[in-house]
Every structure is written in C-alpha cells, then in structure tokens.
Design a protein around this ligand. Structure first.
Ligand SMILES: Nc1ncnc2c1ncn2[C@@H]1O[C@H](COP(=O)(O)OP(=O)(O)OP(=O)(O)O)[C@@H](O)[C@H]1O
Length: 312
C-alpha cells in the first residue's frame, strides 16, 4: 500500500526527512511515533500528496506521488492534526459538500454520507452547526470527512489530540474497527494507544527511521527483552536477598528498589537475555522461608522503547 525509498524533504535548506525508507502492507495498522519535530507530519503530508518530496521515491497504492497524485487522493483519506472544518455549516451539509468535492454524486452521495455518520457515531449531531460541537465531535467529523470516499488507506495525524479519556477510548475503538476494512497509518504521542491498536510501529527521530517492527519485537531491543524484569516484594534483609539471588545463574542484576520500615523490600531482578527465572526465584524464596507478597513481571512498554531509541 505504501512504499517509501530514500525519501528526503528539505524546507529552505533545513532537512526534515533525511532519506527514510519503509513499507506498509495492505491491512496493516501502523503507528508512526517520534518526538516533536521528528518529521511525522511531513511524511504524512507527502504520502497524501499535499507536499512534494525533495528527492526519493514514494508510491501509494502502486502510484507515484509526483506522477499520479489524483489517483492517490482518490484512494487516501487524510485527517490532519488540526482538522480544518467550516464551522458555519451543519455536519451533514459539510459532509455532502466534501463528498461532492471528491466526485461523489446522486444516490451514492446520500448513501456515503449516511454510512460515515453511522460509522463515526455522529448521527445525533448531523443537523448541528459544526462551530457548536465539542472537540471530540469535531474530530469525528474530520474522520467522517476522511472516510467519505471509502479510501483504501487512512492517514491520521494525531487523531486523539485534545480529547478526554472517554473520547480517546471511543476513537481508539473506532480506529480498531476501521482497521478491519482499511489500511491505516496514524501518528500519536499516546503510546499506550499505539500499543493497543497498531500491528506495527515505525519510530522516527530527527528525520530518520530508528526502528520498524511489531511492538513485541521492538521490546527485544531494550533491556530484559520481551521477557522483562521480575519485581518482588519480600520480607528479608536487602543484602542477603541480593547475595542469594545473584547466585542464580540466569540473573544478570539485582536491584533493591525500596526498603520499608517494617522490613519488607521491593527488589527487581534482571534476567540474562530471554531467560525465564520465575521458578528459580521462587525456589530460593521457599528454601529460605522468606515471606512473599507480590511477584510480577515488568515488561518494557512502548514508552521505554521510545525513550531508549529517541533520547539524545
Ligand atoms: N513548512 C515548513 N517550513 C519550514 N520548516 C518546516 C515546515 N514544516 C515543518 N517544518 C520543520 O520540519 C521538521 C519536521 O516537522 P514535522 O511537522 O514533520 O514534525 P512532527 O514529527 O510532525 O512533529 P510534531 O510531533 O510536533 O507534530 C520540524 O523541525 C519543523 O519545524
């Protein structure tokens, strides 16, 4: 669906994209992550033919962005970061107008408008003036606009920015449902959201792709790998616990995180890459007769991976 090779974009001599390459296959929901100014919006604008690349090759749905922008626009729905809407129009008027601009006419126009009103859960505000709608509803109107021509590819630039937690959850559900019929590329700073909906993640930093993989595989890039660390709350002297756990062959490091006045300690054990040390750790605790009130795995989150890959 998307094929980007060595894409460079410069703005009056400033390099925003420094030779990025990636592919997105049909049916994927790809999360595009990166710090502010990394180049996400620039990439999305190039993919949706709003900006030309400086150099490199960009193909969307098999068409080149420079040679066949109209063919691409027919197949792409783009929702920019700040959804531009005509605030004096009613929702239904706006969507009809946008559908006409996209070449939809007659019976199909009525059907498409009804379909996106339903899909984006905005039927009840169809007759409302857009300027009177809350941010969450405006965001959905923007999404309905992006979907009106039933595009193969949806490009969503921070679709949940400025929404409250309930609205975020419902837009996330909506995106997940849309993912059943559309290929989606979305940018977001809410990493838990990306983790929840995306099948693959691209991390971009200073105009370069740092990593591109499933969240599960990306977790292997950081300490503890996909197994993670083991966190325990036990009743025992910290120095003795450290000594005993360090004797387990698969343990790489023992960290005392907390010492409570009543003698309980919180301890974190880092296994050697890929090892599952839970049984061995439990055996030590049992043999020593220590009290245990919690044992949990601490896996690297997308946030840990993001920080590790993009921090200076
Ligand atoms: N029209 C422009 N003219 C000059 N510089 C620009 C222009 N658009 C973007 N830039 C610069 O290019 C770089 C990448 O910007 P871009 O908006 O693509 O980043 P982003 O990853 O989307 O950031 P954010 O998370 O803050 O939205 C930034 O340094 C930005 O200031």
């Amino acid at each position: 669906m998307i094929k980007v090779e060595n894409l460079v974009k410069t703005y009056s001599g400033y390099t925003a994209l420094n030779g990025i390459s990636f592919e997105v296959k049909k049916g994927e929901i790809v999360g595009f992550l990166g710090p502010n100014g990394a180049g996400k919006t620039t990439t999305m604008r190039i993919l949706s033919c709003y900006l030309p690349p400086t150099s490199g090759k960009v193909e969307v749905a098999g068409y080149d962005v420079l040679q066949k922008p109209l063919e691409i626009k027919k197949r792409v729905g783009y929702m920019p970061e700040n959804v531009p809407l005509y605030t004096d129009l009613r929702v239904i008027e706006y969507l009809k107008y946008r559908a006409k601009l996209k070449g939809i006419r007659g019976k199909e126009l009525t059907e498409r408008v009804q379909s996106v009103l339903k899909l984006c859960h905005i039927e009840e505000v169809a007759s409302s003036i857009i300027g009177n709608l809350s941010k969450g509803y405006r965001q959905r109107v923007g999404l309905a606009d992006a979907l009106i021509h039933d595009p193969d590819l949806l490009i969503l630039d921070e679709p949940t920015i400025g929404l409250d937690p309930n609205q975020i959850r419902s837009v996330r559900e909506l995106i997940r449902n849309l993912g059943q019929r559309h290929t989606i590329i979305l940018s977001s700073h809410i990493l838990s959201e990306v983790e929840a909906v995306c099948t693959r993640v691209l991390i971009i930093n200073k105009g370069k792709i740092e990593a591109a993989d499933t969240p599960e595989n990306l977790s292997k890039l950081v300490r503890g790998g996909s197994v993670g660390a083991l966190r325990l709350e036990i009743l025992c002297k910290p120095s003795i616990a450290k000594e005993e756990f360090e004797l387990i062959g698969d343990v790489d490091e023992v960290e005392i995180l907390e010492e409570y006045p009543d003698g309980w300690i919180v301890i974190q054990l880092w296994p050697k890459l890929g090892s599952d040390i839970r049984d061995k750790v439990y055996n030590v605790i049992q043999k020593k007769g220590w009290k245990l009130r919690e044992m949990s795995r601490v896996k690297a989150t997308l946030e840990d991976i993001f920080v590790e890959l993009t921090q200076d």
